[in-house]
Design a protein around this ligand. Structure first.
Ligand code: SF4
Length: 177
């Protein structure tokens, strides 16, 4: 049987959801036998490939780069999973929606800096005016709440998807952190 092509990405998140994925510990071995990890911050991959079966998305959509990336990923993915509260609701990154990107940049690069305060114009992705959950930009197939979702939840999710079923989100919530 051919392996399913799995990708994981993080957008505007803290990497905690990926740490929870790794917390599956020895269960990762079982999962690894059934998937080929074709793109992830956890492996050495540069380009998001075509024909991905499952993509787990951590983080909200906070920058123009995030928005372009998730649209491209959606086109190349069969089953897109919002993994964790930032992807599902906006969560912590969306707290900046109360003040807007200009105030955040000024706080970071001007007000708290003593040497050469300046807002960078290159090398930093342009922020969107509003941080939003993934579902506001592209269609999402499965929502997995939690900050982060527990390792048990992620295992339940992957075991279900790998056996060809979409897990019951109520079960995922019950197992969630
Ligand atoms: Fe981090 Fe929580 Fe957001 Fe996951 S849901 S990226 S753990 S803040």
């Amino acid at each position: 049987m051919s392996k399913l092509r799995l990708a994981t990405v993080w957008l505007d998140g803290c990497s905690g959801c990926h740490m929870s994925l790794l917390d599956m510990d020895e269960r990762l071995v079982d999962i690894a036998e059934k998937v080929e990890v074709v793109y992830s911050p956890l492996v050495d991959s540069k380009e998001f490939p075509e024909d991905v079966d499952i993509t787990l998305v951590e983080g909200a959509v906070g920058s123009v780069e995030d928005e372009e990336k998730i649209k491209m990923i959606r086109r190349r993915t069969k089953t897109l999973v919002s993994l964790g509260d930032c992807a599902v609701t906006g969560n912590v990154p969306s707290m900046r929606n109360t003040c807007g990107p200009k105030a955040v940049l000024e706080r970071l690069y001007l007000e708290n800096v003593t040497i050469q305060p300046q807002i960078p114009s290159e090398g930093v992705p342009a922020l969107r005016s509003r941080v939003c959950p993934v579902r506001e930009v592209v269609k999402v197939d499965v929502f997995v709440p939690g900050c982060p979702p527990s390792a048990d939840t992620i295992h339940l999710l992957l075991a279900g998807l790998l056996s060809g079923s979409v897990p019951d989100v109520r079960l995922l919530t019950r197992f969630g952190a």
